[in-house]
Design a protein around this ligand. Structure first.
Ligand code: ADP
Length: 353
């Protein structure tokens, strides 16, 4: 079992508060991804879980055991670093054996575990090589292998794909997903890349400024983002955010007119932010169409479709997915229609700058 409970976790370095109170419950065998912009505290949180830094306040439990003061080597948690942190003078076998020996395992057991891990990671032909004789992807696999021979309950991976080239990334990503299934433990994976997060995770923790913005499945985050930060962080190309004023069933946008909508938010606030994804809008050159008026800034032809970027009356730039055949030169006046049922409503007061 590897169920994790973090309650009110805070971390400060000297006088700088980096984590402001993290509450998370991670289930046994879950693949959880921490995602967020650089500097938001993802690695710090991972290091606290691994025991490489101390928790300033709050509680961390693994199953029913309080882990705050447990030494890293006794947690049953293994971490794979972004830099791999392999010992350059040791061969692959020795790199994998080192941590297992520190755990006090018998020689035969170490051998057995290395045999298993190296087969699982297809490292068996490379056991006598030194790290410098390996490709980036192979080094990555050794770093993972070294973690696996410890048979951890929890595997932590810190930006494991960041040193690999684009072609290798998707291969290694698949490999990591497979490993997670085969090992049957709990995995926590850190990345700043929302596409990686969406494709790998059972559940995603979206972090920003040392806080959790939302914790949910990829589908929940995409379909029901809790706030404008999550709304614009998840999904590519980004969701557009528009400041609108509501007057009964009408949403007015400064300088662009108004649209009537069939579905409204539950609150009766007047100042709202609406979020609309690129495929929930259409662009028309027929100026009698009901919608927000604007003019084309540029278009991006992507083969299957074309993205049309339109500047609205209040200066907001929105991206709309259109058919590939669309041909709209810059400055063409257009009208944007919005699918009512696909509008996400947010309070203006909580809009991220
Ligand atoms: P992320 O992994 O999301 O990029 P980090 O957890 O590495 O973010 O860092 C979060 C913040 O904590 C950053 O502002 C970083 O400068 C600060 N930080 C991280 N480690 C230390 C440290 N050892 N001493 C001081 N500040 C640190």
């Amino acid at each position: 079992m590897a169920r994790m409970t973090l309650s009110g976790i805070k971390k400060s370095f000297k006088s700088v508060d980096v984590l402001h109170g993290i509450d998370l419950q991670i289930s046994d065998r879950e693949f959880v991804v921490f995602v967020g912009p650089s500097g938001c505290g993802k690695s710090t949180l991972l290091r606290l879980i691994a025991g490489l830094d101390t928790i300033s306040s709050g509680e961390f439990h693994l199953d029913d055991r309080r882990m705050n003061d447990v030494a890293p080597s006794r947690r049953g948690i293994a971490m794979v670093f972004q830099s791999y942190a392999l010992y350059p003078h040791m061969d692959v076998y020795e790199n994998m054996a080192f941590g297992a020996r520190l755990m006090g395992l018998e020689k035969d057991e170490v051998e057995k575990r290395i045999d298993e891990a190296s087969k699982m990671l297809r490292l068996d032909p490379l056991l006598k090589r030194k790290p410098r004789e390996l490709s980036g992807g192979q080094r990555q696999r050794v770093a993972i292998g070294r973690a696996l021979v410890r048979k951890p309950k929890v595997l932590l991976l810190d930006e494991p794909l960041s040193n690999l080239d684009a072609a290798l990334r998707s291969d290694v990503r698949l490999e990591i997903a497979r490993l997670h299934r085969e090992i049957g433990g709990t995995t926590i994976y850190v990345t700043h890349d929302q596409v990686e997060a969406m494709t790998l995770a059972d559940r995603i923790v979206v972090m920003n400024n040392g806080k959790v913005e939302q914790f949910g499945s990829p589908r929940e985050l995409y379909e029901r983002p809790a706030n404008t930060f999550v709304a614009t962080f998840i999904g590519s190309p980004r969701m557009s955010l528009l400041n609108v004023e509501r007057d009964s069933n009408n949403l007015g946008l400064a300088g662009s007119g108004s649209v009537s909508v069939s579905r409204l938010p539950q609150s009766d606030e007047r100042d709202l932010v609406i979020g609309v994804r690129p495929d929930a809008m259409t662009v028309s050159t027929d100026e009698s169409t009901e919608g927000f008026k604007g003019s084309v800034v540029y278009t991006e032809y992507l083969g299957e479709n074309t993205y049309v970027y339109v500047r609205l009356g209040d200066g907001t730039l929105v991206g709309i997915r259109s058919s590939a055949s669309v041909d709209l030169p810059p400055d063409t006046p257009v009208v944007i229609t919005v699918a009512s049922e696909e509008i996400h409503y947010f309070s203006r007061a909580t809009r991220e700058r």
